[in-house]
Ligand binder design. Structure first.
Ligand SMILES: Cc1cc2nc3c(=O)[nH]c(=O)nc-3n(C[C@H](O)[C@H](O)[C@H](O)COP(=O)(O)OP(=O)(O)OC[C@H]3O[C@@H](n4cnc5c(N)ncnc54)[C@H](O)[C@@H]3O)c2cc1C
Length: 233
């Protein structure tokens, strides 16, 4: 029996499957007539509800023998529906976990903040002067977070009262520090500080210094005492 060599094919149904089949037949040089009981684009067709789209990424393979063995390869191959773009993983975390996620040392500077906002890697950014590289850049991080609908919280590192004073000024300048801030406080963990007076904290609150500059005075004798001339020596 010879194989049929159709010159013309009738496709029944002008939904996306029928139309796609017709297009591929035409590309192969076969004539096509599409027959439908409704006008093209009928609201009765399933394709109407799906706006005529066949999303390859949504066409998940049916459960079949061997699927378990094949699926790891499908996760890595962009031509397969199970393909996962690994760089999107951070973005998924905030969707799959109810608990708010905070990005600390994954957002350092304005550039990192912009990436964090664009990829929605977290619900909160932690704001620290030394992470951002200064008060101005930390404020830029806060502004980017605000524009992206991400909240900020203020923190610090193990530092002297001088850096804490700068941190207090920064936090006071952020208008929407809804998650507030915390300082480790050199007063509590350092044997001695380099300020002439202890960092102003009382009744569980940080008091932003009101004097000129950062509002604190560095004790030159303490600086000299703890100066390291050759840190590697
Ligand atoms: C709201 C919605 C969302 C969807 N989302 C997705 C998605 O995200 N991903 C995905 O892959 N799929 C999705 N789907 C499914 C997808 O739309 C359908 O699988 C696809 O459109 C089916 O196309 P079809 O051409 O086989 O059927 P249809 O579009 O229903 O076309 C069948 C055509 O055949 C005609 N017909 C029927 N019987 C006869 C007959 N006896 N004589 C002549 N003509 C006849 C009908 O009039 C119709 O025009 C969705 C569907 C809906 C409704």
């Amino acid at each position: 029996m010879t194989k049929p060599d159709p010159q013309h094919v009738v496709v029944v149904g002008a939904g996306i499957v029928g139309v796609s089949a017709a297009i591929w037949l035409l590309r192969k040089g076969v004539g096509v007539t599409i027959v439908d009981r409704e006008a093209p684009g009928s609201e009765q067709a399933a394709s109407f509800g799906n706006a005529g789209i066949l999303a390859a990424c949504s066409v998940a393979p049916v459960t079949a023998p061997g699927m378990l063995i094949k699926s790891p390869k499908m996760l890595l191959d962009p031509n397969f529906p199970l393909f996962l773009r690994w760089s999107y993983l951070p973005r998924l975390i905030t969707h799959v976990i109810d608990t708010p996620i905070m990005a600390d040392e994954s957002v350092f500077d304005p550039k990192g903040a912009l990436y964090g906002v664009q990829n929605r890697i977290a619900d909160i950014f932690s704001l620290k002067i030394m992470k951002s590289g200064g008060i101005r850049r930390a404020l830029e991080v806060a502004a980017i977070a605000r524009a992206g609908g991400i909240e900020v919280y203020g923190g610090c590192m193990f530092e002297t009262g001088l850096a804490h004073a700068a941190g207090a000024h920064l936090m006071a300048a952020v208008p929407d520090l809804l998650l507030q801030c915390e300082f480790y406080m050199a007063n509590y963990y350092a044997q001695e500080d380099i300020l002439t007076q202890p960092f102003p904290v009382g009744n569980g609150r940080v008091h932003v210094p009101t004097g000129p500059g950062l509002g604190v005075t560095v004790d030159p004798a303490m600086l000299a005492k703890y100066a390291v001339e050759d840190p590697l020596g």
